[in-house]
Design a protein around this ligand. Structure first.
Ligand SMILES: NC(=O)CC[C@H](N)C(=O)O
Length: 389
């Protein structure tokens, strides 16, 4: 039985920059938020999605209709806070049930100060974003006792129209950690929780452009001592750490204005140190190699995207979260496509033909999503082994 929330929580307004208005119920903190509205098709993993730093300044609508069913817990986080600018869902079930649950989704959203709206026709909203492209929006969550007025709606539409455009925004340095730190936590197993890396074989320096924790865990699990460095660390400082491998992380915003990261990646790749990039890191490696990126119409956000490995022919179902992509037509001779999206044919993987550097547009670390393409982490280890001789 599904119990409706309607009428039990304060109203909230969702306004899009084109003037479309939806009315729903507040299921998070009271107040207003703006951002680029994007849809994600994952059926589970709302906590990993909310805490993925790549969603900074984006409001996420989840196409799966029931969100919150299993509550939240302190372990399933991809960073130390909610980064998504807001959340839009269809139905918040009144019962959250899971043995790992420590809070309900609403308790968590309120504690994190995240504005969220439920009872929205997310099918209609998604069709709109898919047809017209991603656009900016505003969620205005009213306080208890307040009602939706014409003035409030006008204010929400104006806020949506006034939100900054994602194209041209450098957000990697905004979310990056302020200082370097060592990472030792390994992957999670049932009954044991997260493991610990104690006997590392390789030293990986990981650029934090908004890194997801599960990437670091998968590196630690595979025998890497990981040093995470801030986004604006120079190549010279990284080389002083004597790394066996360089990792370029995922992150929010437009890759093109991240000139500091592009310059550092270019220099580091030239040294012949094995380099692996994920998502924003993939885009930065491509830009550092002379390719170009572009803003997609509505991007890829979900955990069900088929991607083809062009060398083996193998198809993997992958986790995705990006609004920009590398332009295939702009590839220089030493940058070879290794993977393509079977949804729209856009580039998903690249490798340098002259250096041990490769990258992937989707998320091999999953979290949430399938682990089909986790083999890319093993490839990074193999490149470091080859280099070590
Ligand atoms: N997950 C990511 O790293 C996203 C990369 C970039 N911000 C994009 O939207 O394309």
């Amino acid at each position: 039985m599904l119990l409706s929330l309607k009428g039990t929580t304060p109203p909230a307004i969702l306004a899009l920059a084109d003037g479309t208005v939806y009315i729903g119920n507040s299921i998070g903190a009271a107040g207003s938020t703006v951002g680029e509205v994007v849809f994600n098709t994952s059926m589970t993993g709302y906590q990993e999605i909310l805490t993925d730093p790549s969603y900074c300044q984006q409001i996420v609508t989840l196409t799966y209709p029931h969100i919150g069913n299993y509550g939240v817990n302190p372990e399933d986080v991809e960073s130390n806070k909610v980064h998504a600018a807001g959340l839009i869902i269809k139905d918040l079930p009144l019962v959250a049930s899971n043995f790992r649950k420590t809070q309900t989704l609403t308790e968590y959203l309120v504690a994190e100060g995240t504005v969220a709206i439920a009872n929205i026709d997310t099918r209609q909203l998604t069709r709109q974003l898919r047809t017209q492209g991603a656009q900016n929006g505003c969620i205005m969550a009213l306080a208890a006792g307040e009602t939706v007025t014409k003035e409030a709606i006008e204010k929400a539409v104006a806020a949506a129209k006034g939100a900054p455009s994602m194209a041209g925004l450098d957000l990697a340095k905004v979310v990056s950690s302020a200082s370097s730190y060592a990472w030792t936590e390994a992957e999670w197993t049932l009954g044991q929780g997260y493991g610990q890396q104690t006997a590392p074989k390789f030293h990986v320096v990981a650029y934090d452009f908004g890194v997801k924790k599960n990437i670091l865990r998968m590196l630690a699990e595979r025998g890497c001592k990981v040093t995470v460095v801030p986004a604006q660390t120079s190549a010279a400082e990284v080389l002083k750490l004597n790394p066996n491998g360089i990792f370029l992380s995922n992150g929010p915003g437009d890759p093109e204005p991240c000139d500091y990261a592009i310059a550092a990646a270019k220099e580091l790749i030239e040294t012949g140190t094995p380099t692996f990039g994920i998502c924003l890191g993939h885009q930065i490696m491509a830009l550092a190699s002379g390719a170009k990126t572009f803003k997609m119409k509505f991007g890829h956000h979900g955990a069900n995207h088929p991607v083809k490995d062009l060398d083996s022919g193998r198809v993997s179902i992958t986790s995705q979260n990006h609004g920009f992509a590398v332009d295939e037509k702009s590839l220089p001779a030493n940058l070879r496509p290794t993977h393509v999206s079977l949804f729209d044919g856009t580039l998903q993987g690249l490798e340098r033909t002259d250096k041990p550097a490769f990258c992937f547009q989707g998320h091999p670390e999953a979290s949430p999503g399938p682990h089909d393409i986790g083999y890319l982490f093993d490839r990074f280890i193999t490149e470091m082994e080859k280099k070590a001789g």
